[in-house]
Design a protein around this ligand. Structure first.
Ligand code: CU
Length: 140
């Protein structure tokens, strides 16, 4: 089961599911889209960058703890613990409400798309010592 959450209003039209079995692997795909050129009615090809990253939760740790990705990346966390965890934005002391996957169980995954550059902190709403950061940088 996969839950998707998009940070910011603009939703990427194209999102690819990543392989949850591979931890911490960066994905990058160029997807061809065809459009008709209104002047000539000839088909145009345009490439759109789609970034994905697989991360995991294991032994009450986000792995990796510190993530840096280009803007537009969808990060998918897979829970490999027997207990449910969440990926919730902010800190336990100051949740900021930017995203919250809710709790997901062993073998399940949850995704968050980062459409705005910035530094995001996150934690597990059930285990206050589980924390991590995502740095979203301008990219292609
Ligand atoms: Cu947890």
């Amino acid at each position: 089961m996969t839950r998707r959450i998009t940070v910011a209003a603009a939703v990427a039209a194209l999102m690819l599911a990543c392989a949850p079995s591979i931890a911490c692997e960066m994905g990058h795909e160029e997807t061809a889209q065809s459009h008709a050129d209104p002047a000539t009615m000839q088909p145009l090809l345009r490439t759109v960058a789609v970034h994905t990253m697989a991360a995991e939760i294991k032994v009450f740790q986000f792995q990796p703890k510190a993530i840096e990705v280009p803007v537009g990346t969808t990060i998918t966390w897979t829970n490999n613990d027997a207990i449910g965890h969440s990926v919730t934005s902010g800190t336990p002391e100051a949740p900021d409400g930017k995203f919250d996957t809710g709790f997901f169980k062993k073998g399940e995954s949850a995704s968050v798309t980062f459409d705005q550059p910035g530094e995001y902190t996150f934690f597990c709403a059930r285990h206050k010592n589980m924390r991590g950061t995502v740095k979203v940088v301008p990219g292609s």
